[in-house]
Design a protein around this ligand. Structure first.
Ligand code: C2E
Ligand code: MG
Ligand code: MG
Ligand code: MG
Length: 285
């Protein structure tokens, strides 16, 4: 019966849930010393121009190598850091690491990276001290207007649209571009989209994965690109794994492509190896 099935399901479910909660507790505790213990590092995933298919920019993505648990998924530990407020310190650390690395790349003509994207937690965006801290870092590393882009998820913005408009405008006034990350999933900011100050829409990878599998996916991606173009914004697609997906997205008018087809998130040393010997597009005949 349904009742019996429900009871069985519960019996199987409870220990798993308890174990997960216990693990979260351990991770939450360990997270506090992870930075000092040098368990955190930043990897960078290439983004290519949809026509040139050459690397134009990279997205910084945080990694935590736990001594017992190995690599902890960012979706797990970022949420924990947001709950405890530790994300403020962690987020600035990522930004500093990434800007420092970007300044090195920019000074090297053999490296094609000309733009940098860094994810911004809604907790950071809501921090009154963030714009000044960002400004100090931008000055320290001599970052020019348009070189740095911060990625925020739309869901974080529609809870208080007026506040989001003010905060995003303050960042853009400092020459920092804004991307709406994971666009099209979870919430719909359609109603507020014309009010939000931003530069780029990032089509969520779930739509790209569903091309050729679920009929509406391509239609939704088409609509997102049309919407972005009507608002005069750039469009980036994430989760590009096949040449077919890349060609479809290019055909739709997507500006940049990001995905395993062009590279997984990698350490600077790994990227340097892949770039060695291949001159940037601008230097090729
Ligand atoms: P995101 O910002 O949407 O980043 C894109 C995610 O998609 C990354 O997962 C990336 O590795 C993955 N991805 C990119 N291309 C492909 C592909 O072709 N196939 C597949 N299967 N996956 C692909 P990752 O690195 O696990 O990060 C997950 C999320 O964690 C990020 O999603 C972002 O929301 C958050 N995150 C990561 N680093 C930071 C950070 O420094 N600060 C904040 N606030 N959040 C971060
Ligand atoms: Mg992102
Ligand atoms: Mg994303
Ligand atoms: Mg995501």
């Amino acid at each position: 019966t349904a009742k019996g099935a429900g009871r069985n399901a519960l019996v199987e479910f409870e220990p798993a849930l308890a174990a997960r909660q216990a693990e979260r507790l351990v991770l939450r505790h360990d997270l506090r010393q992870a930075l000092a213990a040098q368990q955190m590092f930043v990897v960078y995933q290439p983004r290519v121009g949809s026509h040139s298919r050459q690397v134009a920019s990279v997205e910084a993505l945080l990694r935590w190598r736990h001594p017992d648990h190995g690599l902890v998924p960012p979706d797990t530990f970022i949420a924990l850091a947001e709950e405890s407020g530790f994300i403020l310190e962690l987020g600035l650390w990522v930004l500093r690491q990434a800007l420092q690395q970007f300044a090195l790349w920019r000074a090297d003509p053999a490296v094609p990276v000309r733009h940098l994207s860094v994810n911004l937690s809604p907790v950071q965006l809501a921090d009154p001290g963030f714009p000044a801290a960002l400004h100090a870092l931008v000055q320290e590393f001599g970052i020019r207007p348009g070189e740095l882009e911060l990625e925020v998820t739309e869901g974080a913005l529609i809870q208080d649209v007026d506040a989001a408009v003010t905060r995003l405008a303050a960042l853009r006034a400092r020459g920092v571009a804004i991307a709406l990350d994971d666009f099209g999933v979870g919430y719909s900011a359609m109603r507020y989209l014309n009010r939000l100050p931003f530069d780029t829409l990032k089509i969520d990878k779930s739509f790209v994965f569903a091309f050729g599998v679920e009929r509406p996916a391509l239609a939704i991606a088409t609509a997102i690109v049309a919407l972005a173009k009507a608002l005069d914004k750039r469009v980036v697609a994430e989760g590009v794994e096949t040449p077919e997906q890349a060609d479809l997205l290019q055909g739709l008018g997507v500006n940049e492509l990001q995905g395993y087809l062009y590279g997984k998130p990698q350490t600077p040393a790994e990227l340097a190896r892949s770039w060695a010997g291949s001159a940037p597009a601008a230097l090729k005949p």
